[in-house]
Ligand binder design. Sequence first.
Ligand code: NAP
Ligand code: MG
Length: 404
Amino acid sequence: MSKIEMKTPLVEMDGDEMTRIIWQILKDELIYPFIDLKSEYYDLGLKHRDETNDQVTIDASNATKKYGVAVKCATITPNAARVKEYNLKKMYKSPNGTIRAILDGTVFRTPIQVKGITPTVRTWKKPLTIARHAYGDVYRNVEMQIDRPGKVTMTFTPDDGSEKKTVTVFDFKGPGIVQAQHNIDASITSFARSCFEYALSEKKDLWFASKDTISKQYDHRFKDIFNDMYEAEYKESFKKEGIEYFYTLIDDAVARVMKSEGGFIWACKNYDGDVMSDMISSAFGSLAMMTSVLVSPEGYYEYEAAHGTVQRHYYKHLDGEETSTNSVATIFAWTGALRKRGELDRIPALMDFADALEKSTLGTIESGKMTKDLALITNIKDPIVLNTREFIVEVRKNLEKKLA
Ligand code: NAP
Ligand code: MG
């Protein structure tokens, strides 16, 4: 069998711990035998980030802007313990934060659904994608405790010296608390654009919700920015693809989501996304079965698993113990990136390969062969628990059959 040829390179960001182990097995078993892989490799493993003073993360992000598609392994975000463990020069920022700041993107998380792992919500037949706006609101608030009677006001002082504007927040008669939040049009606009672009790319409906009836200026601004962009730039193409943009109040959205079949993209304000993404991932089964893609408003894509480096398993691995770590989300990060590369470069064989690899992965689980985390929650009778490598090897066997 001849290997699939690529045109443009894929940006490959290697990572840490157990997922770094998986990364290598996955490439050896599921990529190299089938694809003449063209990738520009960046080692985001913590040791190399430290050696390059984290320049490698910046270089990898810029390469993603150049080539348009990246696939990333999970990486350690250093804390005090990691600084000691790796003898780091400093406590580097989260690589994902650095990448997101450079690409100005939005993260879309989608559960991977498979027969035998039933979502807690009975009606959910198709995966539900959550997009979280990752700037501002309560995450950039300022707050104050009020310990005696007094008035709190909010004042805007224009840089150009024009007249100040002041509103009274509250006239306190006793102790209390106060908080101010902000957001910026540019950030909301780029969030909206990423959502519309991703909905078109995935050919899925897009929902957005806020509380504009109560928050007549703040939340209403979000609603207006989404609506104006939709009307001016996306209405026609959505119609052509047969997809819909739907706005509703956040509480109505929650009620509808619980009764829906899934299968759409739910764009959430920062706090809503924080809360709802945890609800969705646990209701669909497991964090190990959740993919994540960062989509920039310019249309750059960075694919990864939603979970971390699975540190606990890595230490078992280092101690020579057997591990049964789930590689599905990492496999789907690769298929997402390969499919997108194939789509952009018009290589149908690459897109077909991505489909075949996903089907082989799910087929392996559906045949009762899975890692321990899934064996604990599946309703398949007497599942066969495979170790980390065995699972990937089993997927390869299925894939070879499919491609033969
Ligand atoms: P984690 O790596 O997501 O793992 C937490 C626990 O979830 C694991 O101990 C394991 O549970 C289960 N789990 C997660 N992924 C699994 C998989 N693929 N297969 C089987 N079980 C899985 O989170 P963490 O241990 O809190 O974080 C470890 C490191 O990852 C941290 O340094 C953090 O900075 C980093 N991190 C990176 C990213 C990213 O790069 N996107 C995201 C999150 C965290 P059991 O132990 O019960 O088996
Ligand atoms: Mg959260």
